[in-house]
Write a protein that binds this ligand. Structure first.
Ligand SMILES: NC(=O)c1ccc[n+]([C@@H]2O[C@H](COP(=O)([O-])OP(=O)(O)OC[C@H]3O[C@@H](n4cnc5c(N)ncnc54)[C@H](O)[C@@H]3O)[C@@H](O)[C@H]2O)c1
Length: 441
């Protein structure tokens, strides 16, 4: 079976390497030629655990990368994994997707094919793609991706469910070819949900919006908890012991970021609007998240110092979550920008080297260039903490494992602002730190 994967970003690269590990002949296609060159030399273009080691095993064996669409002609299955970022109005921007579909159309040939949409797309998109490809022997299948960056490889091999949306759920013969690709998962007992295109497309948005809503919910409660002196960590923990609620995504913090939740929540709200509906819940989820980092800065950091101008801060964690280099909509970056705009000096650190590199590039190459002069990205935690007036935890790493007793000797003022509520406040206080978390002091 020959497979083409279009778009070799966080989703497409994992998909390409994962499928080649399952023994398929895979061609990854991307318009970014620099990426292609690196990938063909066995160098990963992004940080994901295991990825580079696995890439090296299969490259030039049953895996190759190219910027040409020619392999489509010979492929049985084509996975579309291009980005669907947010446009200026909050809608999903489908320009990369439709451009990729047009390129597929050019090379489609006469051989029957299954075109699988893994990109997150608004409800109704698969129907439109089928219309574009109606003159060709093509089945269009919606197969939303649920991987989590940081543990994406594990998620590829151990998915919790596989959702397949088809034109006619009564006639599931159309998924036979794809089922052969996913046979490995079927044998392992992974549940398959077969539905219409629209249902499948909505499952993805509803899942992300629900998780984001859980986060905004606990963040909203944390502000009340803060005022009444309740411990939000215990509130979230005890809530999560209820099976109906579940323990995950109930940790208060500076809000959700990343390449999916922010844009998908907004895009779902926009889809409601396009049908003249208003989702008050989704809009609230989004607006709570938008103000959460500023709330943290104003009510915790600024309140403590009065004025942060000229003060130096260590911001620990740069990417939007642990074990990735992805800075898209990172709350750590939002916080850094707030600090810099308020005249602070920032020393940033992330355990992942590529996250540090990406941050340097971001402030060297982009609009934030002028802000970057007061920002220093350091490779070592010790150097980051040296002489700072405050420490800010901005990514959900287990920073608690560090030796805070020794680290205290490095700082100018031992005060920690825990934007992710990951630290053990009791221990820190006993070591002489002043500690500010969210939802309790
Ligand atoms: N990143 C995640 O954790 C995640 C998880 C689930 C779903 N998704 C969804 O998957 C999709 C891809 O996300 P991502 O994070 O991998 O995006 P990404 O930005 O990391 O990668 C997209 C890739 O597509 C390439 N591309 C753009 N136009 C192309 C074209 N016409 N032909 C070939 N390549 C093209 C880009 O160069 C880029 O390498 C999005 O719809 C996203 O919402 C992402």
């Amino acid at each position: 079976m020959k497979i083409s994967v279009i778009g070799t970003g966080y989703v497409g690269l994992i998909q390409s390497v994962g499928l080649s590990k399952l023994g398929f002949e895979v061609t990854g296609i991307d318009i970014d030629e620099r990426k292609i060159k690196k990938l063909n030399s066995g160098i990963s273009t992004l940080h994901e655990e295991q990825l580079e080691e696995e890439l090296k095993l299969f490259i030039n064996e049953n895996l190759k990368f190219t910027s040409s669409y020619e392999s489509i002609n010979d492929s049985n299955i084509v996975f579309l994994c291009v980005g669907t970022p947010q446009d200026d109005f909050g809608n999903a921007d489908l320009k990369f997707l439709y451009s990729a579909v047009e390129s597929v159309k050019k090379y489609i040939g006469d051989k029957p094919k299954t075109v699988v949409i893994k990109s997150t797309v608004p409800v109704g998109t698969c129907r439109k793609i089928k219309e574009i490809l109606k003159d060709y022997p093509v089945e269009v299948i919606s197969n939303p991706e649920f991987l989590r960056e940081g543990i994406a490889f594990k998620d590829f091999f151990e998915p919790e469910r596989i959702v397949l949306g088809v034109e006619n759920p009564e006639n599931i013969e159309t998924i036979n070819l794809l089922k052969r690709v996913y046979n490995h998962f079927e044998k392992k007992g992974v549940p398959f949900v077969i539905s219409s295109w629209e249902t499948s497309e909505l499952i993805k948005y509803a899942s992300n919006a629900f998780l984001a809503t859980k986060i905004s919910f606990i963040n909203e409660i944390s502000k009340f908890s803060d005022i009444v002196g309740a411990d939000i960590k215990t509130v979230g923990k005890a809530m999560g012991m209820d099976d109906r609620i579940g323990p995950k995504f109930l940790n208060a913090g500076i809000g959700y970021g990343g390449s999916c939740f922010p844009k998908d929540v907004k895009a779902l709200g926009k889809q409601f609007e396009s049908f003249e509906l208003e989702s008050k819940l989704i809009n609230a989820t989004e607006s709570i998240n938008q103000t959460q980092t500023t709330w943290f800065f104003e009510n915790k950091i600024k309140k403590y110092y009065g004025d942060v101008s000229g003060k130096t801060f260590a911001v620990l964690g740069l990417a939007f979550k642990p074990f990735t280099d992805d800075l898209r909509e990172s709350k750590a970056i939002e916080l850094i920008n707030i600090l810099l705009k308020n005249g602070a000096i920032v020393k940033g650190f992330d355990y992942i080297e590529k996250a540090r590199e990406n941050t340097i590039n971001k402030y060297t190459l982009s609009d934030s260039k002028s802000l970057g002069y007061s920002l220093h990205i350091l490779d070592e935690l010790n150097d980051t903490l040296f002489n700072v007036d405050g420490i800010i935890i901005a990514t959900e790493y287990d920073f608690d494992k560090e030796n805070w007793s020794e680290l205290k000797n490095l700082v100018n003022n031992p005060v920690i602002f825990d934007g992710k509520n990951v630290m053990d406040s009791k221990t820190l206080k006993s070591l002489g730190y002043t500690y500010f978390g969210i939802g309790k002091n």
